[in-house]
Write a protein that binds this ligand. Structure first.
Ligand code: ATP
Ligand code: MG
Length: 405
């Protein structure tokens, strides 16, 4: 649980970049116009940002590409100077994690770890002692003496993340570590996030993965056009982000009509294959979505879920093909039906079948989103909790002698 102490306080933060408007491209141009002044455009990335993060809080930052998330973290980390406003941070800050930052590509992993560990405040002796752990966590034992420039981006992030965790700071700033890791490393990061959260670390996490925001963050905020457009409940921020991060038209039922894929149909059927809108607890049921590609869609992901009346997602299933989450490209005109078969686990109540088609590693590009593609009523004796679980129970009664006497 976050404490009442403030770990990070940002007030009136402004940050701009100066972008040269015209470039001298050739030697000839340079020779002809040696003194032509370079003119600059001002890119105002952060335009007055105010927020606080409490100690022990897991705080998410979301926003579209280029909305200034990394810039904000770099300002917090002191890598960028600010043009206005103040930043206060209580406690030791982890170095900023981003691809390559802080690493020297011409040194081996071993030397980089030694260098970074010392920069993070470990003594050389502590650094050596932790080296093995850092490498083991990153699973890079076979590559310790390789220069970092020969590391893949995923390997670099593993090393940086591992280093950060081992340096045990009070405040961690994390930028998109999950996007480049493979599935097993992602799971490891998730385990670490759980632990850090329980230990009461203050963590600022930039991510495009809304599931991470909902799962881990106590609060989240969304940046757009240089401002904080939403701050507060992570599920709400996640939903806002999802629905605003769509380059498609919205119809009158709040659905996203994609320009690349469309939803042909979504329905629930019973064991006999009949379409139904009510289903008894424990009965076999199937959830279906049928989509059609309008244009070529590369590496799509299809997800289907059920939400209850409080908009809580009860479960969610992603379509898999050949073990991976992304599917083979959809050709224009190609139709795909995705079916999930299960026994109805739902508490009695009303549910909505939702479906999305996304693209990109973190589901960044939402091509189609429908929160209420079909309605479903579940009925039975279980009324409480989200799901009715299959279970075995026992009840033992004993009477103590004193009570009898
Ligand atoms: N060092 C820099 N010099 C000039 N412009 C920069 C610099 N760093 C960032 N920018 C610009 O500032 C804007 C915000 O970039 P930033 O990297 O903070 O976005 P982001 O929200 O992290 O995006 P992404 O989701 O793609 O990581 C972009 O327009 C980017 O081009
Ligand atoms: Mg970024």
């Amino acid at each position: 649980m976050p404490s009442s102490h403030t770990a990070i306080r940002v007030a009136g933060l402004h940050k701009s970049f100066r972008m040269p408007r015209q470039r001298v491209h050739t030697f000839k141009e340079r020779a002809l116009h040696p003194l032509r002044p370079t003119r600059y455009d001002e890119l105002r990335v952060l335009r007055g940002i105010d927020f606080e993060v409490r100690e022990g809080e897991f705080f998410g930052i979301v926003g579209r590409n280029g909305s200034g998330k990394s810039t904000l973290l770099k300002c917090l980390a002191g890598i960028y100077g600010v043009d206005g406003g103040t930043i206060e941070i209580a406690g030791a800050l982890s170095p900023f994690i981003e691809l390559g930052v802080g690493f020297n590509p011409d040194l081996t992993a071993r030397d980089n770890v030694a260098l970074n560990a010392v920069m993070m405040g470990l003594t050389p002796r502590q650094a050596r002692a932790r080296f093995e752990e850092i490498i083991a966590f990153a699973e890079l034992e076979r590559f310790t003496d390789q220069k970092l420039k020969n590391y893949s981006s995923g390997m670099q992030v593993r090393l940086a993340f591992s280093l950060m965790v081992q340096s045990d700071p009070d405040v961690m700033l994390i930028d998109e570590v999950l996007a480049v890791g493979d599935a097993s490393f992602q799971q490891k990061c998730i385990d670490v996030f759980h632990r850090l959260r329980d230990e009461g670390k203050t963590i600022v996490l930039v991510t495009h993965a809304m599931a991470m925001v909902e799962r881990f963050c106590h609060r989240a905020m969304m940046l757009s056009d240089g401002h904080i457009t939403h701050i507060g409940d992570p599920a709400e921020v996640g939903r806002t982000y999802m629905s605003e991060n769509l380059h498609s038209a919205r119809d009158d039922r709040g659905a996203i009509r994609g320009e690349e894929v469309r939803l042909r149909d979504a329905w629930v059927s019973d064991a006999g294959g009949q379409r139904v809108d009510t289903i008894a607890q424990g009965e076999p049921m199937r959830l279906h979505v049928a989509i059609e590609a309008i244009a070529l869609v590369r590496g799509p992901a299809i997800t289907i879920w059920l939400t209850n009346e409080d908009q809580v997602r009860v479960f969610s299933v992603g379509a898999r093909e050949d073990g991976g989450g992304a599917l083979a490209d959809l050709e224009p005109g190609e139709r795909t039906e995705f079916t999930v078969e299960l026994h109805n686990p739902l508490s009695a109540g009303r549910y909505y079948l939702g479906a999305s088609v996304t693209r990109g590693s973190a589901g960044l590009d939402v091509l189609l989103l429908r929160q209420r593609a079909a309605d479903l009523l579940s009925y039975g004796a279980d009324l409480y909790g989200l799901v009715a679980v299959a279970h075995v129970q026992s009840l033992t009664r004993t009477r103590s002698r004193e009570a009898v006497a």
